[in-house]
Design a protein around this ligand. Structure first.
Ligand code: UD1
Ligand code: UDP
Length: 371
């Protein structure tokens, strides 16, 4: 059996890395990996940490890329890879343009698609944009569905997906997190000294990340204003913000958040450094999907700057709350957590609804027995 794994962005690489590593050690199948290069620096950071060298690299990233051009470049590049390797299965991940365009390329080439992290839904095509559409398209084209949770499997069943093709696996994000946690004992020297210092000084650290397309423009302006307000109202709070490289994020953040003494802007942190930062932060403020899954198992409260989430499990467990991008709501919630130990404790409970770290093994077992 020939299996091709495909990834292109930072989170796909993190979540596919354990699977890629396990596939390359599995006897009886031929495995190759392909990076579309939808991200460049942020992807390469992850591949270096997990010691993965892709067999193919489409290198599609262009500064400020738009969805149409990106989709075309992935679609065309994948055609050649599929012609060259002729796999039986293509494994894609999640909800990115890499995932959707690769699934379409595989469908055109008559190759079966296995969707890792299948079945996540908000039910709103505009949020997250374009990810909700990417998930739906990928799940129309797939032949195997690796659902992280029962909730995700139920979503697929409701869409009349054949239950024998759905496998409940847990999320590979936990496979990756357990692997990283083992290795991480402190920050690497690449983390700026000022950032290392705030964590060493036992200050309360608010860790911030953000990149959602539907928040570009007004949403990001409001997020930055909320961060500014927090910095002024809580001078003892340290706000550490590794800024995503998307120019639509860089621009407002650099405009509104430089030169505030307790706001520490950094380049994106390498994955192990980010895991260490999450572990030692007080609260996390984010619009990230992956961070919503990782932080609960580290016992960290997460405020999500979105109106919807496709990850209701941690919401139900109480460690994650939706705060949207309304500045006042963000500030009010942080204030409550700052002042009330009870409110903080209610959210800071270690819970892990996303798996046991064995998701990659379950995916490979299914492939082996399905033929
Ligand atoms: C992409 C995914 C999103 C995912 C996110 C994870 C799509 C449509 N979006 O969003 O689902 O949650 O990645 O971070 O698939 N850039 C760099 N270097 C990098 C990475 C990005 O310079 O290493 C800049 C480039 O100018 C690039 C831009 O960011 O054009 C946007 O990258 P893109 O992948 O299109 O969008 P993201 O916002 O990163
Ligand atoms: N992450 C990282 N460095 C950072 C910020 C995030 O390695 O500076 C990791 C984080 O641990 C998680 C993933 O990147 O695994 C989330 O990526 P992102 O938020 O870009 O995408 P999403 O999960 O929203 O698709």
């Amino acid at each position: 059996m020939k299996v091709l794994t495909v990834f292109g962005t930072r989170p796909e690489a993190i979540k596919m890395a354990p699977l890629v590593k396990l596939l390359s050690r599995t006897p009886g199948l031929e495995h190759r990996s392909c990076s579309t290069g939808q991200h460049r620096q942020m992807l390469d950071q992850v591949l270096d940490f997990f010691e993965i060298t892709p067999d193919y690299d489409l290198d599609v990233m262009q500064p400020g890329q738009n969805l149409t051009d990106l989709t075309c470049r992935v679609l065309q590049g994948m055609r050649e890879v599929l012609d060259n390797f002729r796999p039986d299965w293509v494994l894609v991940h999640g909800d990115t343009t890499t995932c959707m365009a690769t699934s379409l390329a595989a469908f055109y080439a008559g190759v079966k698609v296995g969707h890792v992290e299948a079945g996540l839904r908000t039910g709103n095509l505009q949020s997250p944009f374009p990810e909700e559409a990417n998930r739906l398209i990928t799940d129309r084209l797939a032949s195997a569905y690796f659902a992280p949770t029962q909730h995700n499997a139920d979503n697929l069943l409701r869409e009349n997906i054949d239950g024998t093709r759905i496998v409940l696996t847990g999320n590979t994000v936990i496979d990756a997190l357990l692997w990283a946690k083992e290795k991480v004992t402190g920050f690497s020297e690449r983390v700026p000294a000022t950032v290392q210092e705030v964590f060493r000084n036992n200050r309360r650290v608010l860790l911030v990340t953000g990149h959602r397309r539907e928040n570009f423009g007004d949403g990001f302006k409001q997020i930055c204003e909320a961060v500014r307000t927090l910095a002024v109202r809580f001078p003892k709070l340290a706000i550490v913000y590794p800024v995503h490289l998307n120019p639509n994020v860089q621009q407002p953040v650099q405009q509104y958040l430089t030169d505030i003494p307790n706001v520490y802007l950094t380049a994106p942190l390498e994955y192990p450094d980010f895991v260490y930062a999450m572990k030692h932060s007080w609260v996390i403020l984010t619009d990230s999907g992956g961070v919503q899954e990782e932080a609960p198992s580290l016992g960290k409260p997460v405020l999500v700057m979105r109106d919807t989430t496709e990850r209701p499990e941690a919401l139900e467990a109480g460690t994650v709350q939706l705060v949207g991008t309304d500045g006042q709501r963000i500030v009010d919630r942080i204030e409550e957590l700052w002042e009330s130990e009870d409110a903080y404790k209610q959210m800071a409970t270690g819970t892990n609804p996303y798996g046991d770290g064995e998701a990659s093994g379950r995916i490979i077992s299914f492939l082996k027995y399905s033929g």
